[in-house]
Design a protein around this ligand. Structure first.
Ligand code: GDP
Ligand code: MN
Length: 392
C-alpha cells in the first residue's frame, strides 16, 4: 500500500525528519485559503500515488493565493500517469540549493534493508542509475544490528557532503530507517532531500510504501488507504479476500493456491498463451468467492477464455463444482471456460460440471492447451471443442 506525499510527510515529521509545513486542499478555494495562511510563494502539488509529478505538470509554483488557486484549478480533476487527482498539497516554496536522493528499500538481492543515495537528486533514481550510476551510493543494514549511525555518516561523506550537512544527513537517514522498520515499510524515499536557503536539509518530497502483510499492526496507517489510486479490480479482489494481479494476456486464470496459480500461468505460456491475471482464490473456494473471482476476471475486457484449475486439498471438488455452476448464473459476462479439478471428490465434481455442460479435465496440460486454442482460434484445434455451453 502506498501513502500520499502529504501522509508520508506527516509520518516522517512524527519521527523527527525536518519537513516543511503544508496543507491539503480538495478544491481551488481551499488551496487559495491555504496559500493565504502560509503566506509568500507556495508550491501546489498533485497528490497521486506516482512519482514524476513535476514533469507531468503536477507541481506548480505560485506567487500568492490567487496563483495558488489557479494552479489548483489546473491540477485538480486531471489525471497524472493515469491516476486521478482529488487533492493538492500546498506548502511554502523552498529555495532549493541542492537536491539529494535518499531511500531505504527492501533489498531482496542483499537480503536486508539497504540505503540508496545520490548527490544527483531531484530526478528519478532510475534516470540517475542509467546516466550516472557512479553517483549512486549504497549501504546495507546488518539484519541483527540494524542500520548504524557510522554507516549514515560514511554515506554522507561519499555523497560529498561536508560540515553540518554530514551530521544532518546522518540524523535524517537514521530517522528514515526508523520510519522504515517501525512501520513495516518496503520503501521510504525522499527525493529531493534539499538543501534550502537557510542551509538546512529538508525532505521536500516523500514516498512511503507499506507492506500489506504488516498493515494489521498499523491500523492508523491502514486507514490512510486511498483506493481511488489503485486498480479497481484489484481493490474488488482485496475486498473479497482474493489475491489478484492483473496482467496483459487473454486467458483469465482462477486457481486455488499461489504456487498452483504460478504453475498454471507457466503452463498457459508453455502452450503459447498469455495469462490475463494471477488469481489465487484461497483455500475455501465457496460459491460466493467463485462468483466474485469470475466477475473480477471477466471485468477485464482482454479476457477471451477462462481457465479454472482447482486442487481439492482442503477444498472439496464437488463443493467447488457447485460453486462454479452457481456462479455462472450470476456472472456479468460470458466467455468459453475450461475447468480442471483434481483431488478430494474430483470425480463427483467433474460429474456436476458435465451435468451443467461444462468441460472439465484431469490434466493441467489438457486444459492449458485447450484454453490457448480457444483464444488463438488455432486451425489445428478440434472442430468441436468440448467447452462450456455458457459461451456467449
Ligand atoms: P515528483 O516529481 O513527483 O518527484 O515531485 P517532487 O515533489 O519531487 O517535485 C519535483 C521537483 O519540483 C523537485 O525536484 C524540485 O525541483 C521542484 N520543487 C518541488 N518543490 C519545490 C519547492 O518548494 N521550490 C522549488 N523551487 N522547487 C520545488
Ligand atoms: Mn520527488
Amino acid at each position: 500500500m502506498n501513502l500520499h506525499e502529504y501522509q508520508a510527510r506527516e509520518l516522517l515529521s512524527q519521527h523527527g525528519v525536518p519537513v516543511p509545513p503544508g496543507e491539503v486542499a480538495a478544491s481551488a478555494e481551499q488551496a487559495e485559503a491555504a496559500a493565504a495562511c502560509i503566506g509568500g510563494q507556495v508550491v501546489v502539488k498533485a497528490q497521486v500515488h506516482s512519482g514524476g509529478r513535476g514533469k507531468a505538470g503536477g507541481v506548480k509554483l505560485a506567487g500568492g493565493p490567487a496563483e495558488a488557486r489557479e494552479a489548483a484549478e489546473q491540477i485538480l480533476g486531471t489525471a497524472i500517469r493515469g491516476l486521478p487527482v482529488h487533492q493538492v498539497l500546498v506548502a511554502p516554496a523552498a529555495d532549493i540549493r541542492r537536491e539529494i536522493y535518499v531511500s531505504f528499500v527492501l533489498d531482496r538481492a542483499e537480503k536486508t534493508v539497504s540505503l540508496i543515495a545520490s548527490a544527483e537528486g531531484g530526478v528519478d533514481i532510475e534516470e540517475v542509475a542509467a546516466t550516472s550510476p557512479e553517483s549512486i551510493v549504497r549501504a546495507h543494514a546488518d539484519p541483527l544490528l540494524g542500520f548504524q549511525p557510522w554507516q549514515a555518516r560514511e554515506v554522507a561523506f561519499r555523497l560529498g557532503l561536508g560540515g553540518a550537512h554530514v551530521r544532518q544527513f546522518a540524523d535524517i537517514a537514521m530517522k528514515l530507517y526508523e520510519v522504515f522498520t517501525e512501520n513495516d515499510a518496503s520503501l521510504v524515499e525522499v527525493n529531493p532531500l534539499a538543501e534550502v536557503g537557510s542551509g538546512e536539509l529538508q525532505a521536500l518530497d516523500a514516498k512511503v510504501t507499506l507492506d500489506d502483510n504488516g498493515l494489521f499492526r498499523h491500523r492508523h496507517l491502514a486507514a490512510l488507504r486511498d483506493t481511488s489510486q489503485e486498480d479497481p479490480s484489484e481493490v474488488r479482489a482485496a475486498q473479497a479476500g482474493i489475491n489478484y494481479v492483473k496482467l496483459d494476456g487473454e486467458i483469465g486464470c482462477m486457481v486455488n493456491g499461489a504456487g498452483l496459480a504460478m504453475a498454471t500461468m507457466d503452463m498457459v505460456k508453455l502452450y503459447g498463451g498469455e495469462p490475463a491475471n494471477f488469481l489465487d482464490i484461497g483455500g475455501g473456494a465457496t460459491a460466493e468467492q467463485v462468483t466474485a473471482a469470475l466477475n473480477i476476471i471477466l471485468s477485464d475486457p482482454n479476457v477471451k477464455a477462462v481457465l479454472i484449475n482447482i486442487f481439492g486439498g482442503i477444498a472439496r471438488c464437488d463443493v467447488v463444482a457447485h460453486g462454479i455452476v452457481e456462479a455462472l448464473e450470476h456472472v456479468e459476462r460470458r466467455v468459453p471456460m475450461v475447468v480442471r479439478l483434481e483431488g478430494t471428490n474430483a470425480e463427483e465434481g467433474r460429474r456436476i460440471l458435465e451435468n451443467a455442460h461444462l468441460h472439465s479435465a484431469v490434466s493441467l496440460s489438457e486444459v492449458a492447451e485447450l484454453a490457448v486454442r480457444l483464444v488463438t482460434g488455432d486451425a489445428s484445434a478440434p472442430k468441436e471443442l468440448p467447452v462450456s455451453t455458457s459461451e456467449a
